[in-house]
Design a protein around this ligand. Structure first.
Ligand code: ADP
Ligand code: TYD
Length: 205
């Protein structure tokens, strides 16, 4: 099964991915966790270009193609081979991040974004995507608590940008059945239980 997690920065994705991994391993599943952008030697190099604060002149189209390049490599080098071996793959972000951030957020027309997805991922679409939804204000409060951590280029973007990204995710959720919206303002444990029960429903199908 191919599971992806989406949401604005600080929504709680990494926290939930770790908990889900523990749960699946306890149930004797083989699990691989990947993160985007990155996850392979080439993709990590692309990640450094994307998140470098010095690259403030980067155009949205260049950004979309770089994220997609990193993804195209990760998919062929790791995701597809893992899935073929029956391993559970959990990815912290995937193509929906580009639709939400570069499409809805930066304003690249969605039909163009979809064409790029077609090249980068073809028909390897996640079986289920957990969108952990939190208001931008709460994300900012969490960010401030961690203010000692240096924010990357994308995280420094303005509040309106994040509002567009969040509405973009909610729009995707209206169109895609695989997209499960989880209220990220609940406790860590409640969210974890919701994720596990969704997976159990899918598993029984
Ligand atoms: P992401 O991977 O989406 O950026 P993290 O899992 O790193 O998010 O979480 C961001 C911050 O929010 C961390 O400090 C984490 O401890 C905290 N956090 C995660 N989930 C919750 C939750 N449900 N309620 C409150 N704080 C949370
Ligand atoms: P990362 O440090 O991995 O953030 P997080 O832990 O919040 O997921 O940085 C990834 C950043 O890149 C994040 O701000 C989201 C953004 N992003 C895009 O804009 N488009 C994409 O396609 C992907 C995968 C990420």
């Amino acid at each position: 099964m191919f599971i992806t997690f989406e949401g604005i920065d600080f929504s709680g994705k990494s926290t939930q991915i770790e908990l889900l991994k523990d749960y699946l391993v306890e149930h004797n599943k083989k699990v691989e966790i990947l993160r985007e952008p990155g996850g392979t030697e080439i993709s990590e190099k692309v990640r450094r270009i994307l998140l470098d604060n010095k690259n403030e002149k980067m155009f949205a189209e260049a950004e979309l193609l770089l994220f997609s390049a990193s993804r195209a490599q990760l998919l062929r080098e790791k995701i597809r081979p893992y899935l073929q071996k029956g391993i559970y793959v959990i990815s912290d972000r995937f193509h929906d991040s580009s639709t939400a951030y570069q499409g809805y957020g930066r304003g690249i027309p969605l039909d163009a974004v979809m064409k790029v997805h077609q090249i980068a991922i073809g028909d390897t679409i996640p079986d289920v995507t957990f969108f952990i939804d939190i208001p931008v204000g709460i994300a900012n409060e969490r960010k401030k608590k961690k203010s000692k951590v240096k924010l990357d280029r994308i995280e420094l973007a303005d509040i309106e940008f994040y509002n567009r990204v969040r509405s973009g995710y909610l729009e995707i959720a209206r169109q895609e059945e695989r997209f499960k919206v989880i209220d990220g303002t609940q406790t860590i444990e409640t969210i974890q239980n919701q994720i596990i029960s969704e997976l159990e429903i899918i598993d029984r199908r």
